[in-house]
Write a protein that binds this ligand. Structure first.
Ligand code: URA
Length: 219
């Protein structure tokens, strides 16, 4: 007899993943000598590891199955399906890492760029799954810096009806976390590292530089 659906445990609002594999890969990612090809691969691997953490409270339920040997019970993800939404352009580098663990997820794109003078986000493209209101949303943004663009992206998915939102970022600044938690206390955040601070140009230090440029070899 199938048991009742497992009730999801409350999610902490900030999780810094300190697994040795994450720390090792993050160190390589930060290194200025890391090539574009290697950087891309590391972002992919790190995102996969962070996705494992970010999805740990997805509801599941007991189902009855037949193995080749006997009847048994197993667990299966239940409840809401997933929408993964990278913030263009650097968030796209994280997409495959999520999809390798959640291959059936729908994908939405949010195009924001940061005005380098005001540091304010400018939205230029949004294409989201039509049923995003019924999905658990994983927002992807490698660098949670001022929090301006992430907060704007959260507003975009909330306007479309989303009520369950998690952010996966590689590196966050304390300022960005504070901003996001102030504006959107319901959004949980999973990161590989909370770094020291933002510098005067809005870059996270020690950081890794411009994530988009390092992913795509631009500059
Ligand atoms: N965006 C980046 O790519 N890097 C930073 O350090 C801050 C914002």
């Amino acid at each position: 007899m199938a048991q009742a659906e497992k009730v999801a445990a409350p999610t902490p609002r900030l999780t810094e993943v300190t697994h040795p594999l994450v720390r090792h890969k993050l160190g390589l990612l930060r290194d200025v000598t890391t090539t574009t090809q290697m950087f891309r691969q590391l972002v992919n691997e790190l995102t996969l590891l962070l996705t494992y953490e970010a999805t740990k409270d997805l509801a599941d339920e007991e189902v009855e199955i037949e193995t080749p040997l006997e009847h048994t019970s197993a667990r299966r993800i239940s409840g809401k399906k997933v929408a993964v939404c990278p913030i263009l352009r650097a968030g796209v580098g994280m997409l495959d890492g999520v999809l390798s663990l959640v291959p059936g997820a729908r994908v939405g794109f949010i195009g924001l760029y940061r005005n380098e003078e005001t540091l304010q986000p400018v939205e230029y493209y949004v294409k989201l799954p039509g049923d995003i209101a019924d999905r658990d949303v994983l927002l992807l943004d490698p660098m949670l810096a001022t929090g301006n663009s992430t907060a704007a992206a959260v507003e975009t998915v909330k306007r479309a009806g989303a009520t369950s939102i998690r952010l996966i970022a590689l590196i966050a600044a304390p300022e960005g976390i504070e901003r996001l938690h102030r504006d959107h206390p319901d959004v949980s955040v999973v990161v590989a590292s909370v770094d020291r601070q933002l510098n005067e140009k809005g870059y996270i230090v020690p950081g890794l530089g411009d994530a988009g440029d390092r992913l795509y070899g631009t500059k």
